[in-house]
Design a protein around this ligand. Structure first.
Ligand code: SF4
Ligand code: SF4
Length: 317
């Protein structure tokens, strides 16, 4: 039994975590990205070439209506780089499903992407963009030189289209700590972001999501380099909060990798930790049990620490 399950058992008596429902299908179109951030758990970069094939997309489009999920989320890498991105957006929206795209924001400044934001607006696609701080130096350290100013300019352009101002076009920003610490209180930090970004740049957003750094991928390599892997693990264990268990994203979603393999969440996808079902492939998406046993590991402690963490931010107040 891993340390995460030991904590689950101590507080609930259960020795296994099970799913609950299927609200969201998260589709990872591939790890190619225009950036190469230090904290990226997928290991995305401009050099990655894996990409979801048309055959996998066809299976997805068949499975989604049968799955009875309410929301589809497109992620990567930068999902906008996928050659079938716009067609997929149109087809998912035609199914009347909510659609959210995780964007690195700066991609909107690419001259070849000049029609992207209006296209997303026309299809009422919600956006979630990474902005790990309201201070330039901290963002550029994590994501690369110039990314802060690029993200600010992208938000300005999105605001001009209604994003962040109108309920029909939500623009969520994502914060994650710069190092081996837990995120601060989400509500208070959101207020600080709102004030800072409005007063210094005149820009707006819908809500802020705080995410705990997952000890996998590039962030784990950084922890190891600094000799902080064990102390971070101890920090996450000490902060275990059983109230988060009900809301863990793996209990309400499925992640589909570019090659069609299914995972309980994006973090397990990044680790290659397969789903505990006989045929975890896209062709079986709709038939996958919502109450399946979830594949877990010690990395799961990042989801249950403090106020909890998911792709949508804190899990409890
Ligand atoms: S923008 Fe996102 S996907 Fe791209 S490298 Fe950074 S964290 Fe990874
Ligand atoms: S890492 Fe994934 S499987 Fe583990 S608790 Fe978090 S969402 Fe669930």
């Amino acid at each position: 039994m891993n340390d995460f399950l030991r904590h689950v058992a101590r507080f609930t008596g259960a020795t296994q975590l099970h799913g609950h429902s299927l609200e969201t299908v998260q589709i990872n179109l591939g790890p190619r990205c225009t950036l190469e951030c230090h904290h990226c758990h997928i290991g995305a970069s401009p050099r990655r070439e894996e990409s979801m094939s048309p055959a996998v997309i066809d299976h997805l489009l068949t499975q989604l209506p049968q799955s009875r999920c309410r929301t589809v989320e497109l992620t990567g890498g930068a999902p906008e780089l996928h050659p079938g991105f716009r067609e997929l957006v149109q087809k998912v929206r035609a199914m009347n499903l909510n659609l959210r795209v995780r964007t690195n924001l700066t991609i909107h400044l690419d001259p070849e992407m000049s029609t992207l934001a209006p296209f997303l607006r026309d299809h009422q696609v919600a956006l979630t963009g990474s902005l790990p701080c309201y201070l330039e130096e901290n963002v550029d350290r994590q994501r690369g030189d110039g990314t802060f100013q690029g993200a600010i300019e992208a938000i300005r352009r999105l605001n001009a289209l209604g994003y962040g101002h109108d309920d029909r076009w939500p623009l969520e920003l994502v914060y994650n700590p710069g190092g081996a610490t837990l995120p601060p209180d989400q509500t208070r930090l959101e207020q600080t972001y709102r004030t800072q970004l409005r007063e210094r740049f005149g820009i707006a957003f819908t809500r802020l999501a705080t995410i705990t750094n997952m000890p996998i991928g590039r962030f784990r390599a950084d922890l190891r380099r600094r000799g902080e892997e064990q102390s971070y693990h101890t920090l996450l264990q000490r902060a275990f909060n059983p109230q988060t268990l009900e809301h863990l994203m793996c209990r309400h979603q499925i992640s589909v990798r570019w090659d069609g393999q299914l995972f309980d969440c994006d973090f397990n996808l990044a680790l290659g930790l397969p789903m505990n079902t006989p045929h975890p492939q896209v062709e079986s998406l709709a038939a996958t049990s919502t109450t399946r046993p979830i594949a877990t590991g010690n990395h799961c402690l990042a989801c249950t620490a403090g106020a909890g963490s998911s792709c949508s931010g804190a899990l409890v107040a």
